[in-house]
Design a protein around this ligand. Sequence first.
Ligand code: MN
Length: 160
Amino acid sequence: MPIFVVQEHHAKTMHWDFRLEVNGVLKSWAVPKGPSMDPSQKRLAIQVPDHDMEHASYEGIIPEGTYGSGPVLTWDRGEFEPKAGSDFEATLKKGHAGFNLKGQRLKGEFTLLRLKDGKNWLLMKKNDAYAKAGWETEVLLTPKRKESLPVKMPACAIKE
Ligand SMILES: [Mn+2]
């Protein structure tokens, strides 16, 4: 099964990077408020360039002077399952994709819906058995955790 990963990224503007493995690359979105398990929280997700698979396991502090400089840590990770019977890449191209996440924090059905401007999407939790009203997106970075992170370049270059 393909994987998904969510990376907490303390860049100039903090966000979470939401990434789905599709045909050997990581389709990626920057989510300013992070994903939510609360179906009433429709989270803006700005599509960014595809990343190499190696980036899924990157944790560290992107050096100053480099794009996205700041701490990156894994916020969640697991397998995901495209909605039954769907050609996932085709649904993404159409701008309306459903999938099931099997992570530690994110579980169950989600939808990514592209807005009319073509670049901005909404990441939404579906109302299923895993949905939790009032759920808050936890920030994992602590000063101690930050000290433990190595300063290093991301494993791979961004694919344009
Ligand atoms: Mn980022």
